[in-house]
Design a protein around this ligand. Structure first.
Ligand SMILES: Nc1nc2c(ncn2[C@@H]2O[C@H](COP(=O)(O)OP(=O)(O)OP(=O)(O)O)[C@@H](O)[C@H]2O)c(=O)[nH]1
Ligand SMILES: [Mg+2]
Length: 300
């Protein structure tokens, strides 16, 4: 479950214990086997109906315009705000311990890991393929997160790079545990770049630390200048925003300065790079940003 949005295999209402389980298949590419890791977390649910925030009736005496405005920042029918906070705290605490362990592994290797987050189709995989080609013999590997298919891992492998596909099924984000398993499979070389392409989703991946050094938000110029304002969490946690598909800007009246201004309203410290993964415009600055990250890890 993702309590950030209450989506996926959300909590069962009505006093039953619920099991949270996610299965993720790792596609090992040229290895001949595929393995499935399955684990389940159980959270006891002593859910009393008196625990509800309000007696629910669809009469005109209450309004629903304040979903997500409570202390938990999310509304799930039948669950109190305090219960939601407790569940989310448990999930994130568990995630954070996996993320911390990933971070220790990356630090020991002096590897620099970026978590690419965006809405579907902003150009993450296209940018990665171009980046890998441009980086030449730099040691690197890729973890690809998608609900289904191994299309993106296959696109990455076509460049010659190593990639592990993680399918999240109904899950809407990668978590620290999934990434830890994928890192085990990848056997990263020292001073590698690790690219983690998250599930295309501008909301939930913001909440999950994977142990990465930086979240990089990709925003394509066709998505609308207001997106940083409408989906602020992602742009708040990102260190870098890539404004991609600049080649399309003249065709869709995109105002690149307005995109940047809105990004900075949400996150004054964010670095913004204008890039076209299609034409290669702006790619050099992105490559330099990655190399600078590697240099910092090598010194630490
Ligand atoms: N014109 C233009 N098209 C681009 C650019 N970058 C990506 N695309 C196109 O955008 C579409 C989506 O690109 P992907 O790289 O698959 O996007 P993604 O973010 O990896 O998508 P998901 O993994 O499904 O979330 C493809 O048709 C790409 O060719 C760009 O800079 N300019
Ligand atoms: Mg992709």
């Amino acid at each position: 479950m993702c309590t950030v949005c209450g989506c996926s295999s959300g909590p069962k209402i009505g006093g039953k214990a619920h099991a949270h389980s996610h299965a993720h298949a790792h596609d090992h590419g040229d290895l001949t086997h595929a393995r499935t890791h399955e684990h389940s977390h159980s959270h006891a649910h002593d859910h009393a109906h008196g625990d509800h925030d309000h007696n629910h009736s669809h009469g005109a005496d209450h309004d629903h315009h304040h979903y997500g405005q409570g202390a938990a920042g999310v509304s799930v029918p039948g669950m109190s705000q305090s219960r939601l906070i407790q569940i989310e705290t448990d999930i994130l605490a568990r995630n954070n311990s996996y993320a911390a362990s990933n971070r220790r592994v990356l630090a020991a290797l002096q590897a620099f890991a970026v978590n690419l987050v965006s809405s579907p189709g902003s150009g993450k995989t296209t940018l990665l393929c171009k980046t890998i080609e441009a980086l030449g013999d730099q040691p690197l590997a890729v973890i690809e997160g998608d609900q289904q298919t191994s299309h993106d891992a296959e696109r990455i492998r076509a460049t010659g790079a190593r990639a592990v596909q993680v399918n999240t099924g109904k899950g809407c984000h990668l978590d620290g545990h999934m990434v830890g398993h994928a890192m085990d499979d990848l056997h990263l070389a020292p001073q590698s770049l690790l690219f983690i392409e998250n599930v295309g989703n501008l909301v939930c991946p913001a909440a999950f630390d994977l142990g990465e050094d930086a979240k990089v938000a990709i925003l394509s110029v066709t998505e609308g200048e207001d997106k940083p304002l409408k989906y602020p969490d992602m742009f708040t946690v990102a260190k870098l925003a890539i404004l991609n598909k600049t080649d399309l800007a003249p065709h869709c009246d995109a105002d690149l300065d307005a995109y940047e201004a809105n990004l900075r309203r949400i996150n004054p410290d964010i670095t913004v790079l204008r890039v076209s993964a299609r034409t290669g415009e702006g790619l050099a600055a992105w490559l330099e940003w990655l190399r600078a990250g590697l240099r910092v890890k090598a010194r630490s």
